[in-house]
Structure formats: structure tokens, C-alpha cells
Design a protein around this ligand. Structure first.
Ligand SMILES: [Zn+2]
Length: 368
């Protein structure tokens, strides 16, 4: 295809994608293309099985016309979250909807058996979701660690003790592209996908471990060495609780889910007790929110923008929690504001696994 034909072909596909259902004449008028040109591209896209006709829709000239839709499951993306003791894998269609999910207890290790089990889980997931391997655009592996820009290597992985790990043991076992992605970036990716209007945001992933991301002009910022947004190691308390990084008093040790929960406790149990008013849980929650308020106030001094709280804790947060947090922040800050700039992030489960799948979908839509 020459450049103009390629552009028209892409524009037709993207318009159908965006509108979800659209007639041929609307495509022609929206893109200012001739009907024969649109017909030609629709026919190519149908042959490639990227789109199909589905029912009818009111057309511009009053009569009903065939409606075109994209086939959202003709290409899919896989996302995996690796945690110390288990993995979650999801498969997303082209609209970023989760169409399959699998979890397994699998203690992390750098041994061959681990990667073989991970591979088996991904293929089982695809089989259960009735997806063939060649429909998979790629797999993103969300992991607790800083990752090289090309997604091939862990630059800093103290939690899993996997600094220097490469994607190779996995990429040689899977028949599609694979890349590693910092878990906090995965969660921020999903947030951006679900809310594409977001422009400037400090994103905090209140997960088992704490993570952060800075979004400017709708783009996640990586910085000089990929460390932008690693707020978890900002010192919150001088000489405070130890952090896995080896230093005392990091935000991680006060604002992560790990810091909130007691040994062996689950988030769902904690919140169930908290919402029933159990005094011990209320006390811990209040203290936790005090630290979060202190951290958010510091961050907001650096970047005066909206703050989104996501991660494993997000599904449990309520509007009232955010109001309490904001009022604590108002008490601390040198610059009280009228409007609450704290938001709860997307409240779905598996934000890291789902977010790990997003970049492949994004690239497909940008390059089709
Ligand atoms: Zn630290």
C-alpha cells in the first residue's frame, strides 16, 4: 500500500473502532472519503477479518444501512502480574476488556520450572478463552521492579531479588512478543486507558508494595533512568521503620498495603472488620491515612495536579475515605484548597495484570 492508501485504511479501521458501530456512508462523510474508496478499504478489512457487518443502523439519508463493527477478539493481548507467591494472568480484547483470567499459587524463582509453569498458565488461559496463539499481539509481564526501557531486563528488583533478570527464559517459551513492565507503570497504564482524558496526574499504586507514576500531558514519565515516580523510597519518617531497600523510614514502610496489614491478614478481611467499626482496625486505618495524607501533601507541593489512588487497595476505598484523607491533608498543608484533588482510581481487580496488557493494544491501534 502506498502512504495515502495506508493512511485511509488505518483511518477507516480506527473510526469504526472509535464509533463501535457505523455505516459506510457515515464513514465516508466523517473521513471525507469517496464511497468507492471506503468500500475498497472495508472489503480489505473484512477479508483480513478485522471487521464485520453486524445488523443495521440508521444512515445519513434516512434509510437503514449495514453497520460495521471491529472484531474485538481477533487480536488480543495478555497481561501477567508476578508476585512473590502467586501469579495472575488475564487476556484483554482490543477494547481493553478482560475476556479471561487465571490465577495460580507459584512462588517466584529464576529456575526453569518457574518459567515453564508460567508459560503453561498463559497457554491454558488462551485455550480456556478460545484464543489461538497467532491472535496474541504480545504479553506484558508486570513485575515489582524497575525495568530497562526496552522491557528486556530488570534494573532493580529487590523485592523479588531478581535484579539483572532478563525476559529471555520467557520469550523463548512463548510464540509472541513478551516484555517486562514495572508494576506501578502497569497500574497507571490501565488508569490512562480507562480514563483517556487524564492529562497531568500523580498516580499512586497502593499495592502490596507502594508504587507511583507521574503522568504529564497524558503520558507516563520515565525520567532519565526510569525512576520518575518511585515515590515509595522517599523518606517519610527520619530513622523510621526499615524498608526492603535497606534504608529506614521510606513511604513504602508506612503507605503500602504491606505496612497496613498484619502478618497473614488479607485486605478483604481488614476492610470487612474496618467497615464494621472494629476499633483496632479503625485505629490502624486512621494512622495509615495520616501517613498517606503527609505523603500526598509532600507530592502535591512538587506537582500541583490531581492525585489518583489506585492499586490493590482501590476496590475497597470509599468516597468518605477520600474526604477524610483530604481533610487530614488540609490540616497539614501550607496551601489549603477548596476543591478535593484526590480521586479513587479504577476499582477493578487485577489492575497490574490488565495494565501490563495495554501497551500491546495501544501499539496495534497506533500502527494498524
Ligand atoms: Zn525504601
Amino acid at each position: 500500500m502506498n502512504d495515502i492508501r495506508k493512511k485511509n485504511y488505518s483511518d477507516v479501521y480506527r473510526l469504526i473502532y472509535q464509533e463501535r458501530r457505523i455505516s459506510k456512508s457515515r464513514i465516508a462523510s466523517s473521513l471525507e472519503m469517496s464511497l468507492p474508496t471506503v468500500t475498497q478499504h472495508l472489503s480489505t478489512l473484512e477479508t483480513e477479518q478485522l471487521i464485520e457487518k453486524q445488523g443495521q443502523i440508521a444512515s445519513g439519508i434516512g434509510r437503514k444501512a449495514a453497520a460495521y463493527i471491529i472484531r474485538p477478539e481477533v487480536r488480543v493481548s495478555v497481561g501477567v502480574e508476578i508476585l512473590p507467591d502467586h501469579i495472575t494472568a488475564v487476556v484483554l480484547n482490543l477494547y481493553g476488556m478482560v475476556i479471561g483470567e487465571k490465577k495460580a499459587q507459584l512462588p517466584f524463582s529464576e529456575k526453569d520450572e518457574y518459567f515453564a509453569s508460567l508459560r503453561d498458565l498463559v497457554y491454558e488461559l488462551l485455550q480456556d478463552s478460545h484464543i489461538s496463539d497467532d491472535a496474541v499481539l504480545g504479553a506484558g509481564i508486570g513485575i515489582q521492579g524497575l525495568v530497562s526501557e526496552d522491557g528486556q531486563r530488570i534494573l532493580y528488583g529487590k523485592i523479588l531479588d531478581c535484579t539483572g533478570l532478563t525476559i529471555h527464559p520467557l520469550s523463548q517459551r512463548l510464540s509472541f512478543p513478551v516484555r517486562l513492565i514495572h508494576d506501578a507503570e502497569c497500574a497507571a497504564e490501565l488508569e490512562l486507558w480507562r480514563n483517556p482524558e487524564l492529562a497531568d496526574v500523580i498516580y499512586l499504586s497502593l499495592g502490596v508494595h507502594l508504587g507511583g507514576a507521574v503522568i504529564m500531558h497524558g503520558q507516563i514519565q520515565r525520567g532519565r533512568t526510569g525512576r520518575t515516580g518511585t515515590v515509595e523510597h522517599m523518606t517519610l519518617v527520619k530513622g523510621g521503620r526499615p524498608c526492603y531497600c535497606g534504608k529506614p523510614g521510606c513511604m513504602e514502610s508506612y503507605c503500602s498495603v504491606d505496612a497496613l496489614l498484619e502478618e497473614g491478614e488479607h485486605l478483604s478481611d481488614f476492610f470487612s472488620q474496618l467497615r464494621q467499626g472494629a476499633s483496632r482496625h479503625v485505629r490502624r486505618w486512621t494512622e495509615y491515612l495520616d501517613y498517606i495524607a503527609m505523603a500526598l501533601n509532600n507530592l502535591h507541593m512538587v506537582l500541583d495536579c490531581m492525585i489518583i489512588l489506585g492499586g490493590h487497595i482501590a476496590p475497597y476505598l470509599t468516597r468518605q475515605d477520600i474526604d477524610v484523607l483530604f481533610s487530614k491533608l488540609q490540616d497539614r498543608t501550607a496551601f489549603p484548597e477548596e476543591e478535593n484533588f484526590i480521586r479513587i482510581g479504577t476499582q477493578e481487580n487485577n489492575t497490574v495484570a490488565s495494565g501490563a496488557a495495554i501497551p500491546f493494544i495501544r501499539t496495534f491501534l497506533e500502527t494498524i
